[in-house]
Design a protein around this ligand. Sequence first.
Ligand code: SF4
Length: 755
Amino acid sequence: MAFDIEMIKGVYSTMAERVDKAREVVGKPLTLSEKILYNHLWDKTPTKAFVRGKDYVDFAPDRIACQDATAQMALLQFMQAGKPKVAVPTTVHCDHLIQAKEGAAKDLKQANSVSSEVFNFLESVSNKYGIGFWKPGAGIIHQVVLENYAFPGGMMIGTDSHTVNAGGLGMVAIGVGGADAVDVMAGMAWELKFPKLIGVKLTGKLSGWTAPKDVILKVAEILTVKGGTGAIVEYFGPGATSMSCTGKGTICNMGAEIGATTSTFGYDESMERYLKATDRVDVAEAANKVKDYLTADPEVYANPEQYFDQVIEINLSELTPLLNGPFTPDLSTPAGSEMTKKATDNDWPLKVEWGLIGSCTNSSYEDLSRASSIAQQALDKKLKTKAEFGINPGSEQVRYTAERDGILKVFEDLDATIFTNACGPCIGQWARYSDPKNAPKNSIVHSFNRNFAKRADGNPNTHAFVASPELTAAIAISGKLDFNPLTDKLINEDGEEVMFDEPTGWELPPKGFEVKENGYLAPKEDGSNVDVVVASDSERLQLLTPFEPLGDSITGAKLLIKAFGKCTTDHISMAGPWLRFRGHLDNIANNTLIGAVNAFNKKTNFVKNQLTGDYGGVPDVQRAYKAEGIKTVVVGDHNYGEGSSREHAAMQPRHLGVAAVIVKSFARIHETNLKKQGMLGLTFDNESDYDLIQEDDTFNFLDLNEFAPDKQLTLEVVHADGSKDTIKLNHTYNEAQIDWYKEGSALNLIKKQNA
Ligand code: SF4
């Protein structure tokens, strides 16, 4: 059904030889991350030491995982590649397209009705091309991957930025755009800039109210949303081995929130226990045979400063429960009085209206059991919960086991709504309001990973704070954002003062995991006769047509928008209700950049049409330029495109006629996605040139015909009064990526090579 033990043994069989060789060419002891990377070189045996943060390297990942929202476009692209089957084990997981409203049974039925066309498409493409298919309700991609496919020392990619979750089981697992996944499905190498390495030494031990979530919330505070960019974060030390495997998954999961390429932990007994509990004794036994290769060389952890580019140390014994937010996952506040002050100073509502537990970040059996221990205390101590409760289990296996063990009943006794085993409120698929845009200001607490504006419920006035499941439960019961369960008392129904005891729980279910119907469909051995149907009038799915190359002369391009401040992939291609169009490029293009703030008027979706002088929505203005055959440029600030891996954020502007995105800095995945779609993703050589860009500007690329690696491009910026500025732009394109640009897209190049 699920994992492929022979493939895993194959990975382990090359480990000793390749890692030993890598140690020789690098000339020093190796970190775990390096061991995994060097064992997955496309060229197999290491022959040179790669320069971290500089060299582009071809890798051969072991697996691919796709979720339903991104799989549509990935598979539509793969269908164009002309291959009969995927080249590496691949799975599709239906989890994003299920709205949370009334509870699992009704919501799942509704999703199966509303999105049947998409689910049927994904199922038939999976069946045809040898892809494992996890049905709606089977679980959230990353939890299902951790339970079934992740293995120590493996390398996987996934079309979702939280693919990194599998680092909890010692993988190098990286979120990519669909176009990257298509390369690997088509049997090609996957290219990555050899990452820098950040070591996080964990000393001490978690206890009481602190949880693995607090570790990553602390790391996010230290490194900020940009601090991990271009780096693998490797955790080690006694604090690391003392945590559960799923707790490690939580920490790796939110590595995406610091922009890290991925995060990982060395193989240890917690991973062995988890593998055995999830019916993978043979994987554990295979891993045990090569365990010295599944962690760093001893010298590395003894003197981390010599081997990592940056080292952070956190003493888990000194950690306190944290709440990060609102609107950004790196704004950290300890639970309690410090929050009272910050919330009052910043006018954040102190009343908490919802507590949400689950998502791929915190939906393990351990998470649910610890949070339910708090819920049970509320029942025992006659506390009435002040906020509403929502739970979304990570997989059917976790849900079934938690139901069997009475964990879900505890939440239900507190009137919690048990949502489908799916993303739901974590990705804006939460039918909380009929009119979210005009919904009131409020605060919520959740155990998810992201808390950008509108992320959960589409309401820009919802202040979302991220916390551990147990703290989320306590705060939801208290109804107070500044509640500190370590010190604060609550008044129960009898008017008595009561306090919570520390949370308790089980790392793994004492009676073992159990599931009746896990929701997995294996593909046909020979899928050549399977028909994949896309209706020509479908509003959800659209077959793709190849992009035309932009050419080596771009002149007279107009400014579409100069984005001000944070511009994430959610701002570029919003999720929520737009998820329904993820398989239809022209329809979803109608949300392009509607969340980006126009630097000239600080409004969203309100930009000047230079042809008419009128203002309009970004997609409308862009379509007007396209109708006239005029190319456009998008200008942005720092970390442009942070957030998810969705290539829609690149394909949509490309489809509408945007030629270049010029920013102060990029988030890695988005920059690669722009390159894959044959666009120009460029950065200002001089950051302050961002300030030169005016609303009526026209752009001429002066030396695009000399586009080459490590060579700046020159841009002439013509202002409305006729004056000009000539500025230098940097890029990170290598030869192969310049070929993508020249062919119009990476996919065009694959097709050409296949032909
Ligand atoms: Fe789903 Fe949220 Fe996890 Fe993304 S982060 S996979 S939306 S649960």
